[in-house]
Design a protein around this ligand. Structure first.
Ligand SMILES: Cc1cc2nc3c(=O)[nH]c(=O)nc-3n(C[C@H](O)[C@H](O)[C@H](O)COP(=O)(O)OP(=O)(O)OC[C@H]3O[C@@H](n4cnc5c(N)ncnc54)[C@H](O)[C@@H]3O)c2cc1C
Length: 470
């Protein structure tokens, strides 16, 4: 990193997928006068592919939802169209560990309620009283109130505590690492919130499924990934932005300077001379950071905005990839969810060779195990040895897997997943109102309008457009 003072028009802080997307959008529109500053050694943030026994493994996200097009379109625009691979949906099935055995999530379950009542009836996941409660909800005309509520409160009142504890809580924990009683229904599942205000959830989902069935189009895979890992997308973005990116460059202070901003940055290179720092002046600033990191940098500039950002809670998570050869016998399907209260710490386990067969060589199995989340951030403090022993012990319980893995890989992600808790909508309005005081400032990342990769890409595009249209 150069120590000379730098002048540039736009600075993007943070080269996760949101910051990279902002840079990509600037260049796509022919704009070159910007720098992208990243604290770590590599761009990508939590999108990170490593290798284990020669197999590309994902330390963070493993795929994106095909339904949200931004990630797919970005990969195509980067020339990666040939590398895109769909999830093997013919084998899609989710298992839930309940009362000491694996039970299949009934086909057609849509996050909160079943869209196929008959499949639920035949399933052994829920008790008969719980099934009867779901059936009653199907014929109920109750409407959810207009006021914001938590996912947990709605599900408990509509479908009962068993549905919440056994199905909805582990599904939400799998996606958000969050607690159903804290997550906002409107912020996390807006379509289902609307459905609940119109009447029965079960009936709404059943009707929506029938409408979809009537549309004759080729079925989209649920998830899409890249053949050699999601980092392919990061590498391609970084190549497009190469001359603009400064890695190992942590922004530690932002102050107002005339019409623009002054940034103090520190070199994070291992072994770099102590105190090596850089000052950058810019007219416009995009903070593509976790909200808590943006809050720290904005405290001096706008205490109120910083306080609103600091109020967005984050959950920590960790992934363990375990490679097995020869592949042990496993249940079919994409993986297992473990409800809280079943006496295990594991939140979920994905069978990658069954979700994305093209990602794993024949004869191998690759299991991706999740720990942490809002209820168990202490898991991140366990040593690698403790975590490997915990994971292999719990896999033995759940899957009967006695074979030791050929190799294992652990990655901790402290405070990485924004939690859209009750009040998220109001907090966002306050953030937007405070942001309106700063014509030269934009925010992007997973704290605002979606935590998925495509949502973060969209947020980066929107931040870039704020300035190139101005
Ligand atoms: C374990 C895990 C699994 C997930 N699985 C999926 C999935 O399968 N599908 C999906 O769609 N989504 C998934 N997500 C969510 C999604 O990956 C993230 O929400 C998204 O990638 C976040 O991108 P971002 O750019 O907002 O933030 P980040 O990736 O956190 O990037 C922020 C960047 O800012 C840098 N930075 C921080 N402070 C400074 C500073 N002061 N100066 C300079 N740089 C700084 C950081 O080093 C980092 O590179 C998952 C997330 C996790 C953690």
């Amino acid at each position: 990193m150069s120590s000379a003072p730098l002048q540039t028009d736009i600075v993007i802080v943070g080269a996760g997928i949101a910051g990279l997307a902002a840079g990509f959008e600037l260049r796509r529109r022919g704009y070159e006068n910007f720098r992208l500053l990243e604290a770590s050694e590599r761009p990508g943030g939590v999108v990170s592919t490593a290798h284990l026994a020669g197999i590309p493994i994902e330390e963070g996200p493993d795929s994106f939802l095909t339904e949200k097009p931004a990630a797919l379109e970005l990969c195509r625009a980067l020339g990666l169209g040939e590398q895109l691979i769909p999830s093997h949906d013919a084998a899609r099935r989710t298992w839930i560990w309940r009362k000491h055995r694996l039970r299949a999530l009934p086909e057609g379950w849509q996050m909160l309620a079943p869209a196929r009542p008959l499949a639920l009836w035949r399933s052994n996941l829920l008790s008969w009283p719980a099934k009867a409660r779901i059936a009653r909800e199907f014929f109920s005309s109750a409407r959810a109130p207009e006021t914001e509520t938590s996912v947990g409160a709605l599900v408990r009142s509509r479908l009962g505590a068993e549905v919440l504890d056994v199905v909805v809580a582990p599904l939400l924990s799998g996606v958000y690492g969050g607690d159903a009683d804290e997550l906002s229904l409107d912020a996390v599942l807006p379509r289902l919130a609307q459905m609940a205000r119109q009447g029965s959830l079960g009936r709404g989902l059943w009707r929506a499924r029938r409408r979809r069935g009537a549309n004759t189009g080729a079925a989209r895979p649920l998830f899409t990934t890249l053949q050699n890992g999601l980092s392919e997308c990061i590498t391609a973005l970084a190549a497009r932005l190469e001359s603009h990116i400064e890695t190992r460059c942590r922004v530690s202070r932002i102050t107002k300077s005339g019409e623009g901003y002054q940034l103090e940055c520190h070199d994070q290179a291992p072994g770099s001379p102590a105190g090596r720092s850089l000052q950058i002046h810019c007219r416009k600033l995009i903070l593509a950071l976790p909200a808590w990191a943006a809050a720290e940098l904005l405290r001096e500039l706008d205490g109120e905005l910083a306080a609103q950002l600091a109020a967005v809670p984050y959950a920590s998570s960790l992934t363990i990839n375990l490679a097995y050869s020869p592949a042990p016998p496993l249940p079919d399907g994409f993986g297992v969810l473990i409800p809280p209260g079943e006496g295990l710490r594991m939140r979920a386990c994905t069978f990658i060779q069954q979700k994305f067969p093209a990602r794993v060589p024949a004869g191998w199995a690759l299991l991706r195990v999740f720990y942490g989340g809002v209820r168990d951030s202490e898991a991140l403090a366990l040593s690698d040895e403790e975590l490997l022993a915990l994971a292999t012990g719990e896999l033995r319980t759940i899957l009967g897997l006695k074979q030791p893995p050929a190799a294992g890989h652990i990655r901790r992600w402290p405070r990485a997943m924004a939690q859209y808790t009750v009040g998220h909508g109001g907090r966002q309005q306050c953030i937007q109102a405070a942001l309106a005081r700063h014509a030269g400032l934009a925010l992007a990342g997973n704290a605002y309008r979606g935590i998925g990769i495509s949502d973060c890409i969209e947020s980066g595009y929107a931040a870039a457009r704020k300035f190139i249209h101005a």
